[in-house]
Design a protein around this ligand. Structure first.
Ligand code: SAM
Ligand code: ZN
Length: 295
């Protein structure tokens, strides 16, 4: 059972501290604030803090999440998970630490971070996974039972106290620079993974997906620039040789999955010889907060 003691969670309604209560009949328990706002755990163990508030953002569907889970579980992006963990773990203090995975999806990369942290004897890592898709969090809660997993919209104030986490990971997910700067401790690290130009170009062309345009890096630095400085940037390239169903999962699990019809997609990919070859091109950037300049 994960503890919230090292993660100062805040009530999304009144911003007072949320405490975890467990009762014999309440399964995974609930999060409760002093004003009596209360959030029950779902059967799978995650908490939905958006209840009654909703969000205007489009959450990943159950099908998109299944595609993502299967593709990642097959290990195709393992070099990226290794690179993320290698960037994050040295930023975690050895005694106790806290990490936030924003847009955690199925929790794949947070799992890699927690495993690597344990391998390096950092056992007291409090972890928080946040995503707007409850389908994603069902998977994440199963994969990372030691983490607190919350349905929340990262464009709204995060349900976390100021200066409360040592590292934040954002892997192909929205970046709320002001909120990340608020919850990150001074000296903490924000690790962002974005696709580079040419990412999955061969599959994008066949599937009718939009390619990644040039100039995204400049836009990322600009968007984060009010609160963060880029410290290091590492490119990770992964050559892929996939079956057609794997290529279809890959196309479907990204943002294009909101617009693609799975049958249509499968038909288009039939035109590609197997193995379907493509290169995944990522950039991993470590940002450090520029707190003094932001205030
Ligand atoms: C491309 S997926 C990446 C998921 C995960 N980081 C990974 O790499 O496997 C983007 C994720 O961001 C989530 N997301 C999109 N908008 C969001 C928002 N406003 N707040 C929280 N999560 C959001 C989606 O539900 C989805 O799980
Ligand atoms: Zn409250």
């Amino acid at each position: 059972m994960p503890s919230t003691t090292d993660l100062p969670l805040l009530c999304p309604v009144c911003r007072k501290p949320l405490e975890r209560r467990t009762t014999a009949d309440a399964g995974q328990g609930k999060l409760v604030c002093p004003d009596g706002h209360s959030f029950d755990a779902a059967r799978q163990g995650y908490f939905n803090l958006l209840v009654g508030k909703g969000t205007v953002f489009e959450a990943d569907t159950a099908d998109m999440v299944r595609a993502r889970y299967d593709f990642l579980a097959a290990g195709h992006y393992r070099p990226l998970a290794t690179a993320v963990a290698a960037a994050v773990v040295p930023c975690l203090p050895e005694e106790r630490s806290a990490v936030l995975d924003a847009g955690t999806g199925t929790g794949h990369y947070l799992r890699a971070v927690l495993d690597q942290a344990a391998a390096q004897n950092r056992r007291q890592v409090a972890a928080l996974g946040v995503d707007i898709s409850k389908f994603a969090l069902r998977r994440a809660a199963r994969l990372n039972p030691e983490a607190v997993n919350l349905v929340w919209d990262v464009w709204q104030p995060l349900p976390l106290a100021d200066n409360s986490v040592d590292a934040i990971t954002v892997i192909f997910a929205p970046r709320n620079a002001a909120e990340f700067a608020r919850v990150l401790r001074p000296g903490g690290a924000l690790v962002v993974v974005t696709p580079r130009s040419g990412h999955l170009a061969a599959i994008a062309a066949a599937a009718g997906m939009l390619g990644i345009e040039e100039g995204k890096d400049a836009r990322l630095a600009e968007a984060m620039g009010s609160h963060f400085d880029a410290e290091t940037s590492t490119d990770v390239g992964i050559p892929l040789a996939l079956t057609r169903p794997e290529a279809a999962d890959l196309a479907y699990m990204g943002p294009a999955g909101h617009h693609l019809d799975r049958l249509d997609l499968t038909e288009r990919l039939l035109a590609m010889p197997e193995p379907v070859r493509a290169e995944a091109r990522f950039r991993l950037t470590v940002f450090r907060p520029r707190k003094a300049a932001a205030t």
